[in-house]
Design a protein around this ligand. Sequence first.
Ligand SMILES: CC(C)(COP(=O)([O-])OP(=O)([O-])OC[C@H]1O[C@@H](n2cnc3c(N)ncnc32)[C@H](O)[C@@H]1OP(=O)([O-])[O-])[C@@H](O)C(=O)NCCC(=O)NCCSC(=O)C[C@@](C)(O)CC(=O)[O-]
Ligand SMILES: NC(=O)C1=CN([C@@H]2O[C@H](COP(=O)(O)OP(=O)(O)OC[C@H]3O[C@@H](n4cnc5c(N)ncnc54)[C@H](O)[C@@H]3O)[C@@H](O)[C@H]2O)C=CC1
Length: 437
Amino acid sequence: MPKPVSGFSKKNKEEKIDWLLSNYLSHLPEAKNTLKKYWNADSELQKLHDDFIENTLSNYYLPFSIAPNFLINNTLYAIPMVIEESSVVAAASNAAKFWLDKGGFSAEVISTQKNGQIHINYYGDTKSLKNFFNEIKPLLIHAVDNIAENMKKRGGGLLDIELLDASQTLEGYYQLHCTFETLDAMGANFINSCLETIAKTFETEARKHSEFKYEVYPEVVMSILSNYVPECLVRAKVSCPVTQLSQGKIDGKTFAEKFVRAVNIAKSETRRAVTHNKGIMNGIDAVILATGNDFRAVEAGVHAYAAKNGYYSSLTHATIEDETFNFWIEIPLALGTVGGLTSLHPLVKLAFEILQKPNAKQLMQLVAVAGLAQNFAAIRSLVTTGIQKGHMKMHLMNILNQLGATEEEKRKTVQHFKDTTVSHTAVVNYLENIRNS
Ligand SMILES: CC(C)(COP(=O)([O-])OP(=O)([O-])OC[C@H]1O[C@@H](n2cnc3c(N)ncnc32)[C@H](O)[C@@H]1OP(=O)([O-])[O-])[C@@H](O)C(=O)NCCC(=O)NCCSC(=O)C[C@@](C)(O)CC(=O)[O-]
Ligand SMILES: NC(=O)C1=CN([C@@H]2O[C@H](COP(=O)(O)OP(=O)(O)OC[C@H]3O[C@@H](n4cnc5c(N)ncnc54)[C@H](O)[C@@H]3O)[C@@H](O)[C@H]2O)C=CC1
C-alpha cells in the first residue's frame, strides 16, 4: 500500500524514481530502465527538459513530423506537426497537395486584442463604484508603466480598462475588464503581471477614497487573463470552381454539395459539431505543440468560440456561390513566437526555422490553415470513401507493432491490405493465418 510522501519535490531525480518504484512499481523490475531509456544522452539537453516542469522523471516522446506543400498567401510552407494519432499528418499533407494547384490557402488576421479581468466583490452603491473608477482610471493605467515599458516601445501594452457591472448575474460581482496588445507574445504572464498590479492599486485607492462610506469597500477576488479571445481572430479560406472538385467517379458539383451539407450538419447539430471540431483540432493542436504554444489555452478558447451563439457549432463554414466552392474557418488564437517554451526547446526553435520565422500574426494564419486543411481532408473522406479506409490504412503499422509482427509479417500484411479495408480483427486474423501457414 503506497504511503503519502512529504518533501517529494526536494528529492533529486534518482530519489524520486526510487520512491515511485518502491511505492507503485515494485512489481515491474524493468520500470526504472524504461524511464531511463528515454533520457537524452546529452546531459545538458536532458537538464533543459528536466527543468521545463516539476518532478520530471523522464521524457515522453511524441513524433515530430511535417506536412509539406502548403501554399499559403502565395508562400510555400512545410508545416511541422507533433501528434500521437496516425493519419493526421497524412490527411493534412493530402489536403495541402489537393489545394496546391487550385491557388492554395489564403489567410488573414482580423484582430489581435487579448484581455484579462480583475474580479471584484462590491455590495455598496454602484454609482459610488463608478465615480471612484472614473476618477482613478488614469492612475490604474499608469500603475503598469514599469511592467509595460518595453511592450509599449514595441507598439503594444495595456489598451484600456473598463468597469463592468455583472451584479445582475451574480450578486455583488463587478469586473475590471482590461484589454491588451501583446504582439509576438501569447502574453499570459505579461497580462497577469499587469492585472495584479492594477488590482493592488485599485484596492489601495479604494481604501482611502471618500466614495466608500461605512467601510463598504470593493474587494478584489482574483486577477487573471482570459483564454477566451474573440477579439484575437484569424480567418483562413480555400475556394475554387466546383468543377475542379471531382473525386474519382463523383463529379465536382455533387461532391461540393455533399461537402457543404456535411458542414451544415456540423453547424446545426452539437454531437456532430464536436467531432467535426475535434478533426479541426487534430491539425491545430499538432502545430501548437510543434511550436511550443499552450494547447490548453487554445483548446479552451476555440471551443468557447464554437459556442459563441449560445449553442456549440462548427468552426468551419462552406458555401457554393455562382458555381464556386468556398470553405473557411474563423477562430480565436492567442499565440506566441516569443516567450514560453518558444526559445527554449530546440525542436520548437527548429519548427520556427521550418516555418520561415513567422511572427505571431503569421503563426495564427498557419495554424488556422492547418485546422482548415485537416477538416477538408476528414470531410472529403467522410462524404466519399468513409473515414476508416484512409485512417486505418495509416493505423495499420500501429496494430502490427502492437501484435509484435516481424518485418516480413509487416511486409506481407501491408501488401494484403493494399486493396482491403483495415480493421483490428481483420489484421489479427490475417496475421494468425500467415503465422499458422
Ligand atoms: C489518409 C489519407 C490521407 C489517405 O489518402 P489517399 O488518397 O489514400 O492517399 P494517397 O496514398 O493517394 O496519397 C496522396 C497524398 O496524401 C498524403 N499521404 C497519403 N499517405 C501518406 C502517408 N502515409 N504519409 C504522409 N502523407 C501521406 C500525401 O500528401 C500523398 O501525396 P504524396 O506524398 O504521395 O505526394 C486520406 O484518406 C485522408 O485524408 N483521410 C482523412 C484522415 C483523417 O482525417 N484522419 C484524422 C483521424 S480521424 C479523426 O480524428 C477526426 C474525424 C475524422 O472524426 C473528424 C470528423 O469526423 O470530421
Ligand atoms: N491561462 C493561461 O493561459 C496561462 C498561461 N501561462 C503560460 O504563459 C506563457 C506565455 O506567457 P507570455 O507572457 O507570452 O510569455 P513570457 O512570460 O515568456 O513573456 C514573453 C515576453 O517576451 C518579451 N518580448 C520580446 N519580444 C517581443 C515581441 N516582439 N512581442 C511581444 N513580446 C516580446 C516581452 O517582454 C514578453 O512579456 C505560456 O507558457 C503559457 O502556457 C501562464 C499563466 C496562465
